[in-house]
Design a protein around this ligand. Structure first.
Ligand code: DQA
Length: 148
């Protein structure tokens, strides 16, 4: 199986971005952890980051037929992007929403996710472990063909 990890805006700054909220681990370190976690499942990993909403939309569209599951940390676009939500709904590749921080324990504007209703589940608040847990969730989702 193949899993596409997509990371939204400002996640390229992990490690030096608000370390009290997001920790000191870089996105490259997280990618390594994801690849290690995927090995026992023999799952192929593609791991990308973009600050551009349209690029994320393009990648979601292109995932059809190439990836079994998308794991998406849409970062701030989680709370604003109808375009990402529509792309996930249109393409139909099972998508798991993840976040490093517990968005529900933060500002009110982070409590609402526009993508949640079209995702098959959420993993929120476990720091870099959210990504590692998402590997197992993706394998489960692929096996059970779970959809929203
Ligand atoms: C985030 C949470 C979002 O609210 C925020 O805009 C981010 C990161 C997280 O992983 O905790 O950029 O998605």
């Amino acid at each position: 199986m193949k899993i596409l990890f997509l990371n939204g805006p400002n996640l390229n700054l992990l490690g030096r971005r608000e370390p009290e909220v997001y920790g000191t681990t870089t996105l490259a370190d997280i990618e390594k952890q994801v690849r290690t976690a995927a090995e026992p499942f023999k799952a192929g990993i593609d791991f990308r980051q973009s600050n551009l909403e349209g690029e994320l939309v393009n990648w979601i569209q292109e995932a059809k037929g190439k990836f079994n599951v998308i794991v998406l940390n849409a970062a701030a676009y989680t709370h604003t992007s109808i375009a990402l939500r529509d792309a996930i709904a249109a393409v139909g590749v099972p998508t798991i929403e993840i976040h490093l921080s517990n968005v529900h324990a933060r500002e009110e504007f982070r409590h609402k996710s526009l993508i949640a209703p079209v995702c098959c589940g959420q993993i929120i608040g476990f720091g870099q472990k959210s990504y590692v847990l998402a590997v197992e969730a993706a394998v489960y989702v692929n096996g059970s063909k779970k959809s929203p």
